[in-house]
Ligand binder design. Structure first.
Ligand code: NAP
Length: 325
């Protein structure tokens, strides 16, 4: 089979695309014939050895896949060859076939296209887990989403809205703000040039927002935290800006607010049943038309390295997907 390979750590331009041996599923594993794979910012970090997960070289990047099961290992009873599925892989998805543990795999509704599934799994899975299990988001609450035009950001905008919240989106380009507004945000802030705190305060009539969803980090985190309401929850999602922020610990005290960590990858490994239930709810929201993953670019599998570069250059609007054909 063909696969993208990281043979030495470095930027996407150092990756190679070549023929390798197809992986064989071991006990408890299934092999998925890739139809589509979502591209995520961590794919650009893992190849540079800058991510929390550090696979041995050589390895194939790609953290989520959708396709058909084409082989099953021993002790797998829940899946059969031909099942339409999606799975978190951490790495390995930018290949014609990939092997994953069966308990990380979810079956797809018959009507869901593979590219949609590959866009929905991690971005919406993370946002749903963040709002449902970590923030206990309630209808009528207000949510500020940073990086609202990116993969996990746009998913958070749509989901918060679908869960009955009111959303204010912060994003760095006109195009990204327009996209967030089209996906359910009521207001959009240019967080690079406008005063985030002032705009949030005006929009919430001085109250602040109940929930902040932060996949960006850097110096934006403290400004966003200062916009939080009493009993607010600040969801730590990621550090796309490249630096891990520090917050003065008097800030949560002053607002009786919480800093809440969200680690979707660990959640789905440790609580597979709850993860499956979350995915079922997401599939229902999709069937109702309440969420519509936005795919701005598709790349062929052979061009996966370019797809990773596209994300790293901050060009992605919503999701970027690699497809087998
Ligand atoms: N906690 C979890 O379980 C979990 C799960 C999935 C992903 N994540 C994390 O979420 C973050 C976003 O991932 P993603 O795949 O959604 O990425 P993405 O589509 O590239 O979106 C990231 C957004 O961050 C903003 N940004 C600010 N500074 C940036 C920089 N220096 N480089 C790139 N983007 C920058 C960009 O928005 P503007 O241009 O509008 O500023 C961009 O749209 C990553 O840190 C990832 O590790 C966490």
């Amino acid at each position: 089979m063909k696969a993208l390979l990281c043979e030495r750590h470095g930027p996407p331009e150092t990756l190679v695309f070549r023929e390798v041996e197809a992986p064989v599923p071991g006990p408890g594993q299934v092999r998925i014939k890739m139809a589509a794979a979502g591209v995520n910012l961590p794919d650009g970090l893992i190849i540079q050895n800058l991510y929390q997960v550090k696979p041995d070289l050589p390895f194939t990047p790609g953290s989520e896949v959708a396709g058909e099961v084409d082989a099953v290992g021993e002790d797998v009873s829940d899946f059969r060859v031909g099942d339409r599925v999606a799975a978190m892989t951490v790495h390995g998805a930018f290949a014609e076939q990939t092997v994953v543990l069966a308990d990380r795999v979810v079956k797809l509704p018959p009507a869901m296209p593979f590219d949609t599934a590959a866009s929905l799994l991690m971005a919406y899975g993370t946002a749903f887990h963040a709002f449902r299990q970590r923030a206990a988001l309630r209808p009528g609450e207000t949510v500020l989403v940073l990086g609202a035009g990116g993969g996990v950001g746009l998913a958070a905008v749509e989901l918060a809205r679908a869960m009955g919240a009111r959303v204010i989106a912060a994003a760095g380009s006109e195009e990204k703000r327009a996209l967030a507004l089209a996906h359910g945000a009521e207001a959009a802030i240019d967080y690079r040039n406008e005063d985030l705190r002032e705009r949030v305060s005006a929009w919430t009539e001085g109250r602040g927002v109940d929930v902040v969803y932060d996949p960006v980090g850097g110096d934006m985190a403290e400004r966003a935290f200062r916009s939080i309401a009493r009993y607010g929850r600040f969801l730590v999602i990621g550090f796309a800006a490249g630096s891990i922020p520090s917050l003065p610990i008097n800030l949560p005290l002053l607002k009786s607010a919480s800093i809440v960590g969200v680690f979707w990858g660990s959640f789905l490994v440790n609580e597979p049943e709850t993860h499956r239930r979350n995915m079922q709810e997401l599939f229902e929201l999709y069937a109702q038309g309440a969420i519509r993953p936005h795919i701005s670019r598709k790349f062929a599998l052979a061009d996966s390295a370019t797809a990773i570069r596209w994300i790293m250059d901050r060009k992605a609007l919503g999701k970027v997907v690699v497809t087998a054909e």
